[in-house]
Design a protein around this ligand. Structure first.
Ligand code: KG4
Ligand code: ZN
Length: 325
């Protein structure tokens, strides 16, 4: 079954066609990064208006590159939350229009769940039970997954999400936007020589990243940081130390078969390497382009929902604060 995925929850306008939830036929992404860079972050109204301009050409391109016609599709999967309401509305409205005209089924997909399903697009397939670490701009969640659609949230961040912390640290260090890739790159030229605090929150699976960010800010403010690359490397090390240790501990505790890494921060080179090196349990990580926002992961997730007989009606609404469970 071929599924068209549509993703417009934040600042990427994306469409993809995926076969059987596993094989990518096309994966088109129109990034708005340059548009928002001049503001130092995402401006919601600018994002929705740009989605409106880009969505039809991006979908057309996904259909053309995938060499599929409307009659070849088994359904349309579209992100309905969490995300920016105005951005989500663009994707859902277009999905509903196409579904109506072409007589196709439509299924709403949770963006966080889609991030997890990016792991089904690789050759090595996930095996349940799984421990998933979702680290994105808005979330840092440790999730136990026992089957398709079966989630238990073990822990989450109590303040900043990991990606948010990377973005804020980059701003503090004057590295610009988006911050995650900027820190990743700057860190490569530095050493983690600056001591920064780690928030372990022992006895829980929760995270906290505001302390390390504030500590970095104080050091910069008082002129105690002279080398930006060292500061970036030290910050990255502090965040990744905690993410890796707590993820491995939770996987051991729940005796999962594998660990799945997903979300934009999963594109970070040190996190990918450190988690794979330190874990005795096999670690699956999507290729970087499938870690950050894309529609192939939405189509993959939608396929499994459609297979389970789940569809949505044309009354489907956006849910900006949608939770995984
Ligand atoms: O999943 P995503 O593309 O969008 C959301 O759902 O939020 O994640 C975006 C986040 C941003 O905070 C970005 O700075 C971070 O992922 N990110 C990275 C890297 N690439 C993207 N963080 C660290 N290292 C990277 N290489
Ligand atoms: Zn995302």
């Amino acid at each position: 079954m071929k599924v068209l995925g549509i993703e417009t929850s934040c600042d990427e306008t994306a469409a993809a066609v995926v076969e059987d939830g596993a094989r990518i036929l096309s994966n088109e992404i129109a990034s708005q990064v340059e548009l928002h860079a001049r503001y130092g972050g995402i401006v919601p109204e600018v994002a929705s208006r740009q989605h409106l301009l880009a969505i039809i050409p991006v979908i057309q391109q996904a259909m053309d590159r995938g060499n599929v016609g409307w009659q070849d599709l088994g359904g349309i999967a579209v992100t309905n939350g969490p995300g920016l309401a105005g951005s989500l509305l663009v994707g859902i409205s277009v999905a509903k229009a196409i579904a109506t005209v072409q007589g196709l089924s439509i299924v709403g997909v949770n963006h966080l769940e889609a991030h997890i399903y990016a792991n089904w697009l690789a050759d090595c397939k996930p095996e349940f039970p799984l421990l998933c670490l979702i680290v994105s701009g808005g979330h840092s969640d440790l999730v136990l997954m026992r089957g398709h659609g079966d989630y238990a949230v073990l822990g989450r961040t109590r303040d900043d999400a990991a990606g948010e912390a990377f973005d804020k640290a980059a701003r503090i260090l004057g590295l610009g936007y988006p911050g995650g890739p900027a820190i990743d790159q700057a860190a490569e030229k530095g050493t983690a020589s600056i001591e920064l605090p780690r928030s372990w929150l022992k006895g829980t699976n929760d995270f906290s990243f505001s302390g390390v960010k504030t500590a970095l800010f104080r050091l910069v403010e008082t002129g105690k940081v002279s080398d930006t690359a060292d500061a970036a490397a030290s910050f990255q090390e502090a965040v990744i130390d905690v993410l890796v240790a707590k993820t491995i501990a939770a996987a051991r505790q729940h005796q999962t078969k594998q660990i799945l890494l997903s979300g934009g921060v999963a594109a970070n080179r040190l996190l990918r390497q450190r988690l794979s090196d330190k874990s005795l349990i096999p670690v699956l990580i999507p290729e970087p382009i499938l870690c950050t926002d894309n529609a192939a992961m939405v189509a993959a997730c939608g396929y499994f929902r459609l297979q389970a007989g789940k569809t949505d009606g044309l009354d489907m609404d956006v849910v900006p604060g949608l939770k995984l469970v």
